[in-house]
Design a protein around this ligand. Structure first.
Ligand SMILES: [Zn+2]
Ligand SMILES: [Zn+2]
Length: 279
């Protein structure tokens, strides 16, 4: 089964770009900054919230390496185009599905909430975090435990916030108990919070694992923004979470759906972000 999603990563800001002042914001604003310099993170006109689509590709990403290693006759048009242009302007070059919610509080401060951290997370950081000058991630939410949603967890330490003394701050990761059990088997060093065996100097992420319910009646709060879990079927017998969030504009984000459940259907007006499937 092949999958592709209907959103291009090019021009990947869903909403107008926030003012430039937020882009230079740093969390360590009380140290190393001249006392006369205004603090952009406290600006009363501190910009707006936005969605940054870090990836809109299938689990194997595009181009599919198999199409390029063993070309068919005629060659796969999508994957051929996937390497014919630089990735930045190429709708056929797509990374693992992931969304960064840039949430602007009323006081102008920004919080960055990441939904899913898949196999291609490092490349997404290099491409989009650098481009949009996103300095760190405040919290992470996992939709499910498949490789394209979680295998970037080893790189969490790269984007962890640091306090004024440059110590790494704990980052909350929200996930179901089912996902937690799978993560604990695959990333024991992240769950037990110790460096990998035999490598005392290795960087280990500091993570605050937070269990959420796959229940629309049990919303949770990540970085001061409320998320309503939207359980959907992702193949029969496997539940994946989508999320409903946003104060002024309601966004329903559903990245891996094969079938909706009756309790997840929602009548209100909202912005729907939805994967698409084809065979
Ligand atoms: Zn192909
Ligand atoms: Zn999946």
């Amino acid at each position: 089964k092949k999958k592709a999603r209907g959103l291009a990563e090019v021009n990947n800001k869903a909403f107008p770009a926030p003012p430039a002042n937020k882009l230079s914001r740093a969390r360590t604003n009380s140290i190393g900054r001249g006392s006369m310099e205004p603090d952009p993170s406290k600006s009363p006109t501190g910009g707006s919230s936005s969605l940054i689509f870090l990836g809109t590709g299938c689990s194997g990403t595009l181009p599919d390496a198999r199409c390029l290693l063993k070309p068919s006759t005629p060659p796969c048009a999508v994957c051929s185009m996937g390497i014919s242009l630089p990735p930045e302007g190429n709708p056929n070059y797509r990374l693992n599905t992931s969304l960064l919610v840039d949430y602007c509080h009323d006081d102008g401060t920004h919080r960055y909430i990441l939904i899913d951290i898949g196999k291609t997370f490092r490349e997404q950081v290099l491409r989009w975090f650098v481009h949009h000058k996103v300095p760190y991630v405040d919290s992470i939410i996992l939709t499910h435990e498949h490789a394209d949603a979680v295998l970037g967890l080893d790189d969490v330490w790269v984007v962890q916030p640091r306090n004024d003394r440059n110590d790494v701050e704990q980052i909350p990761i929200f996930l179901t108990q089912f996902t937690m059990d799978s993560i604990a088997r695959r990333f024991p060093y992240l769950v037990e919070q110790r460096p990998e065996d035999g490598d005392e100097d290795a960087q280990a992420a500091k993570i605050d694992w937070k269990i959420v319910q796959d229940d629309v009646e049990k919303p949770f709060v990540a970085s001061a923004l409320e998320f309503v879990p939207l359980p959907v079927m992702h193949g029969e017998g496997y539940i994946c979470l989508g999320f409903l969030f946003g104060r002024r504009a309601r966004v329903a984000y559903l990245s891996d759906v094969s079938r909706f459940l009756p309790k997840t259907k929602h009548g209100k007006k909202l912005i729907l972000v939805h994967n698409s499937l084809f065979r």
